[in-house]
Design a binder for this molecule. Structure first.
Ligand code: SF4
Ligand code: SF4
Ligand code: SF4
Ligand code: FES
Length: 984
């Protein structure tokens, strides 16, 4: 450990540590306007100048070396810091008392105080630019922009959307979007990174403006007048007095603004952040240092929260009367639920009732839902929507390595030498996780292979883009495995030591020659060889996959093929390696983990294991059913067959997100009794007999488990809207009306019960999850968790992994003369799933108002289609009308339709074919016929959609261009400008 001396004190440092981090860590106080630890040094502000062994250097750009002597307050350093900050004030008006950013975290305000600036020597010079407020969520005020470039660095190298730059050579530099477009018409994806890192009020969330401050809601003329007054008195009074007034105003805000930690309610990445609220107004989402996301968010986590205060939230239970619903009291609704379920159970038995948990709900709620099904109703007919996407991936991992979860963390993906993405539009479905791959690829030489039907963003960035024929991923994966083994490229040491079943597996690969793979998948043999060699050459490989794999009729087998490939190449058991099925919903991992599955109690403990049942029976005080129940898919069938009479569905828009939606809706219409619990009157509610109004994630406490197996706490940001209740309370109310005697006062008690019954969660407690602390399961009783699985052994009794032999089977649903086109479907960045939550945010609706159909230029030419043309798609199961978008993201006779529509659900077209192992619908195996309709509408993607933009990739903020300006002079009279010299 090198030691350094800072202001006379000796400190130990870590090798490679930045000097600025050492100073900050050891309590030093130096200005550092452009430095952000998660961005690294951007070196634009020059305020962090310190004296190192007699030379002035930027502390942010200096790596410690043994024996450095550092003076942070020498005359030279202090003068340089002050001079640099004065230049910054020349770009910024200090009107803190009437600024919405005066919340204790404004870097300019705090640095003015730190340096005790009384008067600025460089007067403020206005810039010839207007405010840009063309983005619905944030605005840019060039007048206040200090040109620190943090936003550029964040956009270029953390989010890697590459929209922002600074025109350093211009007489009046400013931040540019796409090199000079308005924000609204640029490639900006509204992820909010730039706004989050801006150290002042130049970039601000519109939801803050006029709301955060005590006086900022004043009219513009009054506000401008106050700003002018402040500017006029400054030369007289100095900033000290003005700062004292603004400090008092800031203190007044503290009692009005709450900052509450939560976890994102949308996808499985598991971003966490503080939510700032004033009464029920959401001021902003402030990511700080989330274990999964750092300061990153996507448009949904940062801005898509208008559903919380939406006027159409359900706030009273509803009871069906004929074709209508009437408002009911909670007591009325709960009594009716209890009476009808009791009658149906008495007449038809407990297995005539099904329960479906929500993967939007918490772990504790999933636990209670399955407990209600098993211990109160007496059935194992309990499932959740992982059936629709993730179950095949879980099976693939159960078969081969033992745990049904990602084998490492997002940080492992970032440090891999090679990332292979199969069937995942990661940049849109798991945006923040994708940023880690994009960053590693852009900055750190990581290689990227993408296999997908569409040329999505990750495919465009990839070193190798594979476009196999639909449903043939298993073939090329197996052919690459065979080639590796045949050519001595498999890791035999690893296989010998850690893997069972090699010979049988090797034999099963015999049909998968490169020639066969090429013929079936359409991928050239040379490309397959290239892929094999890239995998063999890489020290650390991670494979990521999602619904493009799992929602096929061989989803489980293809997931298994991925894990097989990782095993034969030794890509498990080490940091930077492993299998990463990307979980879709925020808590789809946790819903299954906590027992909302027909075959397993919490922690994947089998319902047919008598020892397991005995443990749960003792704790719950009731006998438990022992045979596997019905899954979602089987429940729909059982309704049609008249076997399932009642269904309790919590927080799932199942009538349109399940495959073959017409068939599912017909089933719901046949139910004798149907309970739907949701926060809005969803399309599914239309079939209900009773609707129970629940509360969204911001209105409850609990935990979610993300794709990394990371368990995180969410806190109540707002009280439940009057009339609604958190799901765990509703489930408890239902259970108690059915005769249970539950008395949970807080989800912490439920988690304690889960931990006591589930070895996998033995050490999980709310104390260990306090604030931003997290645990990645399995968690031992002493609290030790496993961010990286299999570091000691695989999760099988002998500690060895298992290769699983496979065969390829052609999907039953194939195009033919009548249904001649292949229809793919999936997520879209701006919306989550069908969009019930995200459509309620106006800005998102403005950017992406509707779903659409992506048509290739070739097909468009052939059929006379242009963007905006209405077409009818007809499958063997239903039809929809939708507008076309002509794009080269799709090729030939392959179509793509995002799933974000309640009015035009793609699942009216999808089939009831399933993966035979898990019953996951084969959503992606759909054939359709396309009829061009006479109507031509607007392009479904408005000009303000980011897909129209033209990003301007560059290496970052490119400060060297600033240093080359003729008017640039490094601050400090005796500066030796080490970094500048190095750069030029
Ligand atoms: S994509 Fe847009 S919101 Fe995100 S960092 Fe870039 S400019 Fe900012
Ligand atoms: S807009 Fe960008 S360059 Fe300007 S102050 Fe904010 S982060 Fe710095
Ligand atoms: S939707 Fe996913 S990537 Fe976006 S903020 Fe939420 S958790 Fe993060
Ligand atoms: S903090 Fe070091 S140059 Fe800005």
């Amino acid at each position: 450990m090198p030691t350094v001396t800072i202001d006379g004190a000796i400190h130990e440092t870590a090798a490679g540590e930045r000097l600025i981090d050492v100073i900050n860590r050891t309590g030093g106080k130096i200005p550092q306007v452009c430095y952000h630890p998660q961005l690294g040094p951007v070196q634009t502000c020059d305020t962090c100048m310190v004296d190192v062994d007699g030379r002035l250097v930027r502390a942010c750009a200096t790596t410690v070396a043994a024996g450095l002597t550092v003076q942070t307050r020498s005359a030279g350093a202090s003068a340089a810091q002050r001079e640099a900050f004065d230049r910054i004030l020349g770009n910024h008006v200090l009107y803190c008392t009437v600024c919405d950013n005066n919340n204790g975290n404004c870097t300019i305000h705090n640095t003015t105080k730190l340096l005790a600036v009384e008067h600025q020597t460089i007067p403020y010079k206005p810039k010839p630019y207007a405010v840009d407020d063309t983005n619905p969520f944030y605005r840019y005020d060039p007048q206040q922009c200090i040109l620190c470039g943090r936003c550029v660095e964040a956009c270029q190298n953390l989010e890697v959307n590459e929209t922002l730059s600074i025109n350093w050579e211009d007489p009046h530099p400013r931040v540019l979007w796409d090199g000079g477009a308005t924000i609204g018409e640029s490639s900006c994806v509204s992820c909010g990174h730039c706004v989050t890192v801006c150290p002042c009020n130049a970039l601000m969330e519109k939801s803050m403006l006029g709301h955060a401050g005590c006086f900022t809601g004043l009219s513009k003329p009054v506000l401008s007048g106050m700003i002018d007054v402040v500017k006029a008195i400054e030369p007289e009074t100095g900033y000290g007095t003005i700062m004292r007034v603004s400090e008092a105003e800031k203190a007044m805000r503290e009692s009005r603004i709450r900052r509450t930690k939560t976890v994102c309610t949308y996808c499985g990445v598991g971003c966490s952040f503080d939510v700032w609220t004033k009464d029920r107004h959401i001021l902003k989402v402030a990511p700080l240092d989330g274990p999964a996301n750092g300061i990153s968010t996507c448009i949904k986590g940062k801005f898509a929260w208008d559903h919380i205060n939406s006027g159409d939230r359900l706030t009273t239970p509803l009871i069906r009367e004929g074709d209508r619903f009437r408002d009911a009291t909670w007591e009325e609704a709960l009594s009716l639920v209890a009476r009808r379920l009791t009658d149906i159970k008495a007449t038809h038995g407990p297995d005539s009732i099904g329960v479906i948990a929500s993967s939007k709900c918490t772990n504790e709620e999933s636990y209670l839902t399955q407990k209600l099904a098993r211990a109160v109703i007496g059935t194992n007919n309990i499932d959740n929507c992982s059936r629709y996407c993730q179950s095949p991936a879980t099976v693939g991992l159960f078969r081969t390595v033992g745990y049904g979860g990602d084998s490492g963390s997002i940080s492992d993906i970032a440090q891999a030498d090679l990332v292979v993405i199969v069937g995942s539009n990661t940049a849109e479905s798991h945006p923040v996780l994708a940023t880690r791959v994009k960053r590693a690829h852009k900055l750190h030489g990581q290689k990227l292979i993408v296999s997908d039907l569409r040329e999505n963003e990750m495919a465009r960035r990839a070193d190798v883009f594979l476009h196999p024929r639909p449903g043939t991923d298993l073939i090329w994966l197996s052919a690459v495995s065979r080639y590796l083994i045949e050519n001595g490229l498999a890791k035999t040491d690893f296989i010998d030591r850690w893997v069972n079943g090699f010979e049988e597996y090797r034999k099963s690969l015999e049909p998968f020659t490169l020639a066969m793979a090429s013929e079936r998948s359409g991928l050239p043999v040379d490309t397959l060889k290239q892929v094999a060699h890239m995998i063999a050459d890489a020290e650390k490989v991670c494979i990521l996959w999602a619904m493009g794999v799992t929602q096929h009729s061989q989803g489980s087998d293809t997931s298994t093929a991925i894990s097989n490939l990782l095993l034969i190449t030794g890509n498990y058991m080490r940091p930077g390696t492993g299998a990463y099925p990307l979980r879709g919903h925020n808590n789809v991992q946790g819903a299954s983990d906590n027992g909302s599955m027909p075959n397993s109690l919490p922690g994947y403990q089998s319902v047919d294991d008598p020892d397991v049942r005995t443990r749960f029976e003792a704790a719950w005080g009731v006998p438990l059913p022992s045979s596997t129940g019905l899954d979602n898919h089987e429940m729909v069938e059982a309704i049609h067959q008249g076997k399932l009479k009642a269904l309790y569905l919590a927080g799932e828009e199942m009538s349109i997100v399940d495959s073959n939606a017409n068939y599912v809706s017909d089933a719901f219409a046949k139910l004798e009794f149907f309970i739907v619990q949701d926060i809005f009157f969803s399309a599914t509610c239309a079939y209900a007999d009773v609707v129970l109004p629940a509360a969204p994630s911001l209105e409850k406490e609990g935990t979610f488990t993300s794709t990394e197996r990371r368990i995180q706490r969410l806190y109540e940001v707002l009280e439940p809207l009057e009339g609604s209740r958190p799901d765990w309370r509703i489930i408890q109310d239902v259970a108690n009306h059915l005769g249970a005697d539950w008395h949970y006062q807080h989800p912490a008690e439920i988690m304690a019960e889960i931990a006591s019954l589930t070895p996998m969660f033995a050490g999980v407690s709310y104390e260990r999850l306090e604030g931003y602390q997290t645990l990645q399961w399995p968690v031992a009783a002493d609290g030790n968790d496993e961010p990286l699985l299999y570091t000691k052994e695989f999760a099988f009794p002998d500690g060895k992994a298992r290769l699983f032999p496979l065969q390829w089977v052609e999907a039953p649903e194939q195009p033919d003369a009548e249904f001649d086109l292949h229809l793919n479907n999936g997520r879209l960045l701006e919306h989550f799933h069908e969009g019930n939550l995200t459509y309620r945010t106006d800005g998102i609706r403005e950017k992406t108002p509707d779903t659409f159909l992506e048509v290739s230029p070739q097909l468009a030419r052939e059929r006379g289609i242009q963007s905006g043309t209405w077409v009818q798609l007809t499958s063997r199961y239903g039809k929809v009308r939708v507008r076309a978008v002509v794009t080269d993201r799709v090729h030939g006779k392959e179509l793509y339709m995002p799933m974000n529509s309640v009015e035009i659900p793609v699942n009216r077209l999808t089939s009831s074919h399933t993966d035979p192992v898990t019953h996951t619908p084969a959503y992606k195996d759909t054939s359709v016929r396309l009829t061009v309709l006479p109507d031509i509408g607007d392009d479904p993607l408005p000009r303000t959609n980011s897909r129209w933009g033209h990003p301007t990739p560059q290496r970052g903020v490119e400060v060297e261009r600033k240093w080359k300006r003729p008017d640039y002079r490094a601050p400090g009279s005796q500066l030796v400008q080490i970094q500048a010299r190095q750069a030029t």
